[in-house]
Design a binder for this molecule. Sequence first.
Ligand SMILES: Nc1ncnc2c1ncn2[C@@H]1O[C@H](COP(=O)(O)OP(=O)(O)O)[C@@H](O)[C@H]1O
Ligand SMILES: [Mg+2]
Length: 355
Amino acid sequence: MSKAKPAPLEPDTKVGGYRILRKLASGGFGVVYLALSPDGQRVAIKEYLPASLVDRAPGEMVPAAHPEKLALYRLGLKSFFEEGRSLAQISHPSVVGVLNFFRENETVYMVMNYLEGSSLQEFVITARELKRKKIFRESTIRSLYDEILQGLRVVHQHKMLHLDIKPANLFITDDDKPILIDFGAAREVLGQQDKRFRPMYTPGFAAPEMYKRDASFGPWTDIYAVGACIYASMTGYPPYEATQRLEKDRLPMQLSKLRGIYSDNLIEIVEWCMSLDPLARPQSVFNLQKELGAENPRRYTQLTLSEKLRMQIDELVHDTKSRVDKAKQATRMGATRFGQLGAGRERAQAGRDKP
Ligand SMILES: Nc1ncnc2c1ncn2[C@@H]1O[C@H](COP(=O)(O)OP(=O)(O)O)[C@@H](O)[C@H]1O
Ligand SMILES: [Mg+2]
């Protein structure tokens, strides 16, 4: 059974001279708050508070580390602090700005620019509900990832890897600027020691080497995730998990369905970034940028009539099969009238599609 999460700081609590306004989000590694700086600016503060290593009762400030996990807690804390310090040296419009970081309450706080907007994940989910063939236009995808890659390149130049690039960690501000957030502070160290820390292995976005104990990570590891994000921006869904791909790789088939909708070049870029062999991927962000930003005339495969028919038949078979499966499921659940069955199906689908 999972235990209760450590309590977040309460509104009006003061930390390092900042006043907490409210909790924005909480994950396995910590809590993000909206707060006010001493000069009245709104900031976002991330508190290191790994849920599986500490407890904190409501109203308390200092987290209590479980005695047997103290060493791991300290290791993570050190790493969170170091990542904060590295990130603070990076100043790029596509990378979330770190304004300050400090120790207090026997933990660490990272103060960031407060961003207003939504994650790319929310955009993708909203767009896919419209059920169009294309999630985003190719020109939108190219300019979005061009901006993200400019930021990622600077991150790599600072000898850092993000290691958790995914649509939920790409923030789109209300004035349309894509920004890389969530620099997996402490993740690399913790992930290797404690198997319960696996948020970085986000299925579909994590490169195959992230599942291996002694693999070496590099820019190509983040590049795999960028390819997976581009894929999700085209189809509305994450790609199959790398471990599944190693058994049976359906990616080429899925990408071939995008031919004629997106240019061959963009499809090939995704395939290149998502090569299972790290050496077969672009080895640096610069390599990838050259291809993504290339002004080559775009080539679209003209599908032959038989290819189009085959795809339509595939879809028909797939749709029929999933309708039959859902009908079977609904019957098991006791729905008897067709009207109810249809309505129930839609609700169930909407529920599943939630992030
Ligand atoms: N600088 C920020 N400004 C506004 N909201 C933020 C900021 N950083 C994080 N958030 C919010 O908090 C959520 C979680 O933050 P994130 O850094 O991704 O941590 P994690 O996913 O590890 O919990 C984000 O999805 C976003 O909604
Ligand atoms: Mg995140």
